[in-house]
Design a protein around this ligand. Structure first.
Ligand code: AMP
Length: 117
């Protein structure tokens, strides 16, 4: 697995204020927010994507979703709702080769998903 920005954040080489941290997971604000709330939830284990996860990683993925749900509750956006997004590979638009869950909310968000020409 090649080095990338999220591995540097995990190693604390890039200063970052964390919304959440435990032994398995980190959460922090996206550097280019697409919504009033745009937080990334990542595993500390180096997992490239949903495509490369193994059987044991299911528990970590489940925990990532629960962390996102809890952050959404803390930020009081749960009642109105939010989006949880994971991009996978090139066609999925994944830019960073380390698994990450986007928590997007705080406003009504468009459904503008369409094929690129
Ligand atoms: P994706 O396109 O799903 O791979 O999302 C990658 C996300 O990582 C993008 O939304 C970027 O804005 C975000 N990102 C890249 N570098 C950083 C960084 N140093 N800190 C926080 N978010 C970042």
């Amino acid at each position: 697995m090649e080095d990338n920005v999220f591995l540097k954040i995990i190693r604390k080489e890039i200063p970052k204020e964390f919304r959440y941290e435990d032994d398995d997971i980190l959460a922090f604000d996206d550097i280019h927010p697409l919504a009033p709330v745009h937080i990334l939830i990542i595993p500390k284990k180096p997992i490239v994507s949903i495509e490369t996860m193994d059987g044991e990683d299911g528990a970590i993925i489940g925990k990532m979703f629960l962390v996102a749900r809890n952050i959404a509750r803390d930020l009081k956006i749960s009642e109105k709702g939010y989006k949880l997004l994971i991009r996978v590979g090139k066609d999925g638009g994944q830019e960073v080769s380390h698994l990450h869950l986007h928590l997007l909310g705080g406003a009504r968000l468009s459904e503008n998903i369409q094929p690129v020409e």
